[in-house]
Design a protein around this ligand. Structure first.
Ligand SMILES: *Cc1c(COP(=O)(O)O)cnc(C)c1O
Length: 376
């Protein structure tokens, strides 16, 4: 049986909305579908203002521009994350200070963030790995006490909550991804969330190539001109129309993802009880948005051997995130601290195939092959 890692889910309405965008004659950025998506996310998630972007990488680059990084400024970023979380700030000249994960979860360890803060620290970026919230009360308290900008990389975390509030609504800024491997998608796409009002005007300038075009559109100024840094961050209406179709079915997509997650969990909790794998506990303050299904095993040799076994059985399980402090680009710039838990997750995690059209039958097959491997 072949079980691919990811197959994008289509709601069936994408083409209809794309056709409408075409017929409207407005297929560049900031048309009706961009506005519909932004209103949807703002009202559903309680985010002050949102701007669609062409990727989460772009949203992170906007966040870095909003931070006004000066030479020597430092930004604290988890080591166990995708490249863009750090790269956006490094590109603006920041020194990236890498933080370690919790011993039992890939998320940043909030109790060890404060020791990394210096007089040069400008911002803290956190990643809600697998859509499981970081401990936001602790992180907000640290950011406030040190007057730092708090940014949530919520690429995994759409529709997920910390306590009773949606992720992406906590940080001064937050970023989302609609890449095809994320919970809802438009192929490549993203979004910047802005909760701190003081960033809103500059965010508009940066989004519109460094111009005040949005103020001009609202007739607040009589001409638009170059007023700040910026780039072409806004996606076309073709992309926004596609994404809008996905927003309309987000409850259905989420219900299905959670159902599938539970199937893996039921099938594998026996293997966990036998001591062969670790499935992370979900803290009481967090909810599971079923972004992915992952577990970790004892060591790297075992992880690679299990991956090879599953791949041979047609199951496209994968691992991810080489620790950024050990990357070829940053290892010489890193201050030399060891980050044992980021290194542990990089060596020991396995991610299983996960997408809405995965069948129960295929999950049962994956689960049984994992049981076979461990002979439990
Ligand atoms: C996917 C991902 C990104 C990048 O998203 P793109 O939309 O592909 O640019 C950034 N951070 C994290 C944690 C991600 O998982």
């Amino acid at each position: 049986m072949k079980v691919p890692f990811n197959i994008p889910y289509y709601t069936g309405k994408e083409n209809r909305y794309i056709d409408r965008a075409k017929r409207s004659g407005h297929i560049s950025s900031n048309g009706q579908y961009t506005k519909k998506c932004q209103s949807f996310f703002e009202s559903r998630y309680g985010i002050g203002k949102t701007l669609l972007t062409t990727s989460c990488t772009d949203a992170l680059e906007m966040a870095a521009l909003l931070c006004k990084i000066n030479p020597g400024d430092e930004v604290i970023v988890p080591s166990y994350t995708f490249v863009s979380t750090a790269n956006a700030f490094a590109t603006q000249g920041a020194k990236v200070v890498f933080a370690d994960s919790l011993p039992d979860h890939p998320n940043i360890d909030p109790d060890r963030v404060e020791a990394l803060i210096t007089e040069y620290t400008k911002a803290i970026v956190v990643v809600h790995y697998a859509g499981i919230a970081c401990d936001m009360d602790k992180l907000i308290d640290i950011a406030n006490r040190h007057n730092l900008i708090l940014i949530e990389d919520a690429a995994h975390a759409i529709d997920s909550k910390y306590k009773n509030r949606y992720l992406g609504s906590f940080g001064h800024l937050s970023t989302f991804s609609f890449h095809e491997t994320k919970n809802i998608t438009c192929g490549e796409g993203g979004m910047l969330g802005i909760n701190d009002k003081s960033f809103m005007q500059r965010a508009e300038y940066i989004w519109e190539k460094g111009t005040n075009r949005l103020a001009f559109n609202r007739k607040e100024v009589t001409e638009y001109q170059w007023v700040d840094f910026g780039s072409s961050f806004a996606p076309s209406e073709i992309t926004a129309a596609f994404l809008y179709a996905q927003t309309q079915k987000i409850d259905k997509i989420q219900d299905r993802r959670i159902e599938l997650w539970e199937k893996y969990f039921e099938g594998l909790s026996f293997v966990e009880k036998a001591g062969a794998i670790n499935i992370p506990d979900i803290p009481s303050y967090a909810m599971n948005n079923a972004h992915n299904f992952y577990f970790w095993v004892e060591n790297e040799t075992l992880r690679n051997d299990l991956l090879k076994y599953l791949n041979k059985k047609g199951i496209q399980a994968v691992f991810h995130y080489l620790p950024l402090h050990q990357s070829s680009f940053y290892q010489n710039k890193h201050d030399g601290r060891e980050l044992p838990f980021a290194e542990k997750f990089a060596k020991q995690i396995i991610r299983l195939p996960f997408f809405p059209n995965l069948t129960e039958k295929k999950i049962a097959y994956v689960n049984s092959e994992i049981k076979n491997y461990f002979k439990v």
